[in-house]
Design a protein around this ligand. Structure first.
Ligand code: AMP
Length: 373
């Protein structure tokens, strides 16, 4: 079934941007979420990165803000009290990508957005808030800092989005999230996006959502024929050399490699560099400018191999990535699905290769069980 964006009820400003982005038809999550969000419903959506979920909530959110009158009282409020929509994400990278999407999709509209995350100077964020913003994209920790310093207020929030809610819980943000929720007005629209549904997510959703519409889209990459998944049995101590060999002999130009630990990511990227392959590591111990630089280098092609831990790689929007390598299998089988979600996106094909040592056999079995193959 193909359906155009205008049929979903999006305005001319938004269908124009969508056309400019080259999107010819909505993805399944967009086709389901956009009309529901435009109606003002609360939504619980099971969708992972790569499904087009960001546009799925951003497009209707922009339209609602543009068409609904701001809450009575907020017009008279100080600029820092005028925030109308809050999008919470687990990582800085994801926050940056979502905010970029808000800017792109909202470029023909008069709404202002800003980005709030930790690891960088707080003052430019305070200045932006002081000038007044409609849409705030934030990670929980730094948002709480602003709330404590009273540099932002959330009393006029009309729409709340929790993006990658499962990952926020995995990262231990539940208490931060609850503290933030307590500061929001009771009457608002809530949208919760999550790749997986644990009991903890259901509990959060139960307390947060009002008669939500449920959306579940297929785990795109687990079922995608576009991603060829291969397993390479190998002793742990041979993995580094095998990787060097694969990258050089296959002339791989853009490879995302996953390790389990930050220290392992650093050691591997150093080893690759010594072997003459431009590589860099991206993980939570790196400063924000260093992470941004690493990602920019990778996208531009100056960095051939990006070595990442699961948390750092979560939500990175790197399109059409031809090679993903699991240098070590993840402890949590769901992370495998997230990892290979980096490749074969937006219709292009990709390959996911796992280097599996004998000790990792049980992890492999758990993944095969999850994927039922
Ligand atoms: P997301 O799941 O939000 O991270 O989006 C994954 C990628 O799909 C992004 O690079 C988007 O630019 C792209 N995308 C979003 N919607 C569409 C669409 N309707 N058609 C083609 N690509 C899309």
């Amino acid at each position: 079934m193909t359906q155009s964006f205008s049929v979903l009820g999006l305005s001319a400003e938004l269908t124009r941007v969508v056309a400019e982005q080259g999107y010819s038809e909505p993805t399944p999550v967009q086709a389901q979420a956009i009309p529901l969000i435009l109606e003002g419903r609360d939504v619980l959506a099971g969708a992972q990165t790569g499904t087009g979920k960001t546009a799925g909530f951003t497009l209707p959110l922009l339209q609602r803000l543009a068409t609904m009158p701001a809450r009575a009282g907020s017009a008279a409020a100080q600029p820092r009290q005028r925030v109308r929509a809050l999008i919470l994400t687990p990582t800085r990278e994801l926050a940056a990508q979502v905010e970029e999407s808000v800017r792109t999709y909202g470029k023909y509209m008069a709404l202002k957005s800003t980005l709030i995350y930790g690891g960088v100077n707080i003052n430019p964020q305070i200045d932006a808030l002081r000038r007044g913003v409609d849409i705030l994209v934030a990670t929980p920790g730094r948002l709480l800092d602003h709330l404590q310093q009273k540099t932002v207020e959330l009393s006029n929030i009309e729409i709340l989005v929790l993006d990658e809610a499962d990952r926020m819980l995995d990262m231990g943000f539940i208490r931060d999230i609850r503290r933030i929720l307590a500061l929001l007005p009771a009457k608002r629209q809530n949208l919760l996006f999550s790749a997986t549904f644990s009991d903890e997510i259901r509990k959060l959703a139960d307390g947060l959502l009002d008669h939500p519409a449920m959306i579940e889209v297929a785990r795109r990459n687990a079922e995608s024929e576009l991603v060829a998944q291969r397993v390479h049995p190998v002793d742990s101590w041979c993995k580094r050399d095998l990787l060097v060999h694969l990258v050089s002999s296959g002339d791989w130009r853009q490879v995302l490699v996953f390790t389990r630990m930050k220290s392992g990511a650093n050691r591997l990227s150093e080893y690759l560099c010594k072997a003459g392959i431009e590589a860099t590591a991206i993980h939570g111990n790196k400063s924000q400018p260093a992470r941004t630089r690493a990602l920019a280098g990778f996208k531009a092609g100056t960095v051939r191999v990006l070595v990442a831990t699961d948390i750092a790689a979560r939500g990175l929007d790197i399109e059409e990535l031809p090679h993903v390598v699991n240098f070590e299998l993840p402890n949590v089988p769901e992370d495998y699905v997230h990892r290979i979600g980096r490749t074969g996106r937006a219709g292009s094909s990709g390959e996911a290769l796992s280097l599996v040592s004998a000790e990792e056999r049980p992890l492999l079995a758990a993944i095969e069980k999850l994927l039922t193959r």
